[in-house]
Write a protein that binds this ligand. Structure first.
Ligand code: CA
Length: 233
């Protein structure tokens, strides 16, 4: 059974290109050139994921995400020409699962889509935690029952906050988490403003888990947006 992907994109040639790539990768694809039709198709066609352009002729894609998130957790990947950090943060915080800046490579699009589908919307976290056990990202493991992080089999001594940060990123491995999302998840809605505390923790974590903290292989910085852990296999 093929997974169904809805592509909402008013640029016909780009829409066609994505359709071709997706179909070549075994997905069933339907396209819409405006937000109204796209929204209607989400309800009638029940896609497994949506690829969404933000600059649509009849509405802003951001509006569509907000409306959709009131009742659906279907994965949404934003594909946009808007490159400002603020746009990425807004889209992710509004409920987009990922954000790709145009122009982009097909390998990148496919990888992000697979990640989003694997996490099936925002339920990813609960699903991983309920199974307990080990989360694995290359040589890095997080033992959720014993609260132990190891790299290449060697236990890494983390503070409680550092452990919480690594665990959160590992649960959403492959996905970019915004600073605000992380602070809320880690320390609750009353978490203080400013991202400095996260940066300090991250610097310490990297010193402990990365071979070369300047060229991380586990936790990547999305400048001005947040952090992303490498994809789990
Ligand atoms: Ca557009």
């Amino acid at each position: 059974m093929k997974l169904r992907i809805l592509v909402i994109e008013d640029d016909l040639s780009l829409g066609h290109f994505m359709q071709t790539v997706l179909e070549a990768n075994g997905y069933q694809v339907i396209t819409a050139q405006n937000g109204k039709l796209g929204y209607a198709l989400i309800t009638s066609y029940c896609p497994d994921a949506v690829i969404l352009d933000l600059g649509l002729p009849d509405m802003d894609g951001m509006q569509l995400i907000s409306q959709l998130r009131e009742w659906s957790e279907i994965p949404v990947i934003v594909v946009s020409g808007r490159t400002r950090e603020r746009d990425k943060v807004e889209a992710l915080d509004a409920g987009a699962d990922d954000y790709i800046t145009k122009p982009f490579g097909t390998a990148e699009l496919m990888a992000r889509l697979r990640t989003a589908l694997r996490h099936t919307g925002r339920g990813g976290s609960a699903k991983t935690s309920s199974t307990g056990g080990l989360l694995r990202v290359g040589g890095l493991t997080v033992d959720q029952e014993r609260h132990i992080v190891a790299v290449d089999g060697e236990e890494v001594h983390l503070t409680q906050n550092e452990y919480k940060i690594v665990l959160l990123l590992a649960r959403y491995a492959g996905r970019v988490l915004t600073y605000d999302f992380m602070k809320r998840e880690l320390w609750g809605p009353m978490a203080t403003d400013g991202n400095q505390i996260l940066r300090v923790h991250m610097a310490n974590i990297r010193r402990k888990i990365e071979k070369n903290p300047a060229e991380p292989q586990y936790i990547f910085t999305e400048i001005g947006v947040g952090y992303r852990m490498a994809e789990t296999d």
